[in-house]
Ligand binder design. Structure first.
Ligand SMILES: C[S@@+](CC[C@H](N)C(=O)[O-])C[C@H]1O[C@@H](n2cnc3c(N)ncnc32)[C@H](O)[C@@H]1O
Length: 562
């Protein structure tokens, strides 16, 4: 693991003997981008240039023409980030994902920075994973005296941050620390330190095992448990707690995933505990915050130390509502500790009428069938290779339910079919047997018999179907689930859930239940994943609050959710 000491002590200030003299125009590749960033940065003295940056500079293309440089400087002074934008266009999303390099739009940077500046005076502001320095540039404008510390592992990003800070005239009070934030040492400051930024979202698969050990051990120092599945943003929260002193404060924007998932527990423990959460602002999963990444976003404001306090939590639909990081329902520390999934804290609780009951009190929610090989077991309803008696119309795509404004699926003719064969092929009519044998030969040759699910069936060819569910529901999308009354009595694959009343309900009650579910299922009831998908496991769907069966059977209106 690299430390800051190792990379920063070998550095020097920019001098005329530095590598990469200006010469060629354009920023068509990273070498050219590096040259442009260096040409802008070297005019100032943004602390020391690290060895990693110097190596990049050595390999850089020639610098762009002076007029290109002056255009870039003018755009930076106007508040744009042309270097960061170019970086995002040159480096593929897949490559950037490895380091979580998704830069933050001004619409998020500005309200966070404004809050930081108004909360209290910071002597020093640290941006962990500074990228091209968007947060620090905004902070530099609002806090003319604060020292600015950019921490960044990618030397090209560090050079861009240097360039931006230099052009804006903040270089004399800025410091670039090129290395891993988790290894950062921060000397004491003359007043409170503020932390602000967008900690990188990197999945645990791409995190070195040595850092997972670091996470476990540093969490244990605080008597907390860490999961090896935690993403890099959770590592950054923990590192911040270890770096911060009482009275330090800050705001981070992260994906919302940690609010709900098991491996987000450490993040929840930190926010409710030593990080000192003040407020959480959870952007609705349907809001596209980042131009180049489909991810959810939560802004967390915090202040370390002091007595245990309530945390304000709120869901917002538009980034404009971030302004002031104000508002929200106050949650007590006990409530935060008790709730395993914090999305539930955001549900519009007061709107659930007292008489409502959980769907699971009178219905079961089941996953649809998992075939293990849809290419074989999903086919057209009139596939000539098979007898009609083994073909069962089924919903095979969630999309088939999304389009149904009526909420009723009455006609199955446009749907595909599932192939469901008996365990004992002798049960088939003699005339059908030959067709089925030929179909199974083809499937066997395609390796279908060897698949995991097929091997765990009593007979590999016998895909068992549950009775058609009276109500079908989608469960994974960037929108609330679609609930559809299944009048056509079709089956469903496992991309759709089936809802089965435990005791029979009348047709009118089933329709009213479908309508109530459509009315009630706000996204907050589900579980939000980083990509903004909201997923309802059957157990989560069973917790949706709906009118009780007595009400569904009576022909009376019920109170609607807010
Ligand atoms: C989500 S981006 C945020 C960039 C910038 N703060 C912004 O908001 O526009 C995260 C940044 O963290 C950097 N990064 C990733 N892992 C890091 C680490 N272990 N230590 C320091 N920086 C890291 C990435 O290179 C990337 O620039």
């Amino acid at each position: 693991m690299r430390t800051f000491g190792q990379v920063s002590t070998t550095s020097t200030n920019a001098t005329s003997s530095d590598p990469a003299e200006p010469g060629v125009e354009g920023m068509g590749d990273e070498r050219a981008l590096c040259a442009a960033a260096w040409a802008l940065a070297r005019a100032g003295c943004v602390a020391d240039v690290s060895r990693a940056e110097r190596e990049l500079i050595k390999a850089a293309a020639s610098s762009p023409q002076p007029n290109t440089l002056s255009d870039l400087a003018a755009a930076i002074r106007a508040g744009d980030d042309p270097l960061g934008e170019t970086f995002a266009s040159l480096r593929s999303a897949a490559q950037r994902r490895l380091r979580g390099a998704t830069y933050t739009p001004a619409a998020v940077v500005e309200p966070m920075t404004e809050w930081l500046a108004n909360h209290k005076r910071a002597a020093r502001v640290v941006d962990p994973g500074a990228g091209s320095g968007r947060f620090l540039c905004a902070v530099g404008r609002r806090l003319p005296d604060a020292r600015l510390v950019a921490v960044e592992i990618d030397p090209l990003a560090a050079l861009m941050a240097r360039a931006n800070l230099t052009v804006l005239g903040f270089d004399k009070r800025a410091e670039l620390r090129v290395g891993d934030y988790r290894a950062l040492n921060l000397p004491p400051a003359s007043g409170p330190t503020a932390f602000i930024g967008n900690p990188p979202y990197v999945r645990h698969h791409d995190i070195d095992p040595a850092w997972k050990t670091w996470l476990r051990e540093r969490a244990a120092d605080l008597n907390l448990k860490a999961s090896a599945l935690a993403g890099l943003h959770v590592h950054f929260l923990l590192a911040t707690v270890h770096l911060a002193r009482p009275g330090d404060f800050g705001a981070f924007v992260t994906s919302s995933e940690w609010l709900d998932v098991g491996y987000g527990q450490l993040a929840r423990d930190l926010v409710a505990g030593p990080l000192g959460g003040l407020s959480l602002h959870v952007l609705d999963a349907r809001t596209q915050v980042f131009a180049d990444a489909a991810t959810t976003a939560t802004v967390t404001a915090f202040e370390v130390g002091g007595p245990e306090r309530t945390i304000r939590v709120r869901r917002i639909n538009r980034v404009e509502e971030l302004r002031g990081l104000a508002g929200g329902r106050r949650c007590s520390p006990e409530e935060l500790r008790r709730e395993r999934r914090w999305s539930t804290l955001l549900a519009p609780q007061a709107s659930i009428p007292g008489d409502f009951v959980a769907l699971g009190d009178f219905c079961r929610v089941h996953r649809g069938v998992a075939t293990g090989a849809n290419a074989t077991w999903v086919t057209s309803q009139n596939d000539p290779r098979l007898p009609a008696s083994v073909l069962y119309p089924a919903v095979t795509k969630a999309l088939e339910l999304f389009g149904m404004a009526s909420g009723v699926l009455a006609d199955s003719s446009d749907l595909k079919a599932l192939v469901s064969l008996p365990e004992d092929l002798d049960d088939l009519a003699a005339a059908d047997r030959g067709l089925v044998e030929r179909f199974l030969d083809t499937a066997r040759r395609a390796g279908v018999a060897d698949g995991y699910i097929a091997r765990h069936r009593k007979k590999w060819w016998s895909v068992k179907l549950r009775a058609p569910a009276p109500i079908l529901a989608t469960y994974m999308a960037r929108r609330p689930p679609a609930f559809v009354r299944n009048l056509a009595a079709v089956h469903n694959l496992n991309n759709v859930h089936g809802i089965y009343p435990i005791e029979p309900l009348s047709e009118a009650a089933l329709c009213r239940l479908t309508e109530a579910l459509r009315d009630r299922a706000v996204l907050a009831d589900g579980r939000t994943y980083a990509g903004g998908l909201t997923k309802f496991e059957p157990s989560e769907m069973a917790r949706i609050m709906v009118p009780p069966p007595s009400w569904l059977e009576a022909d009376e209106p019920w109170p609607r959710s807010a």
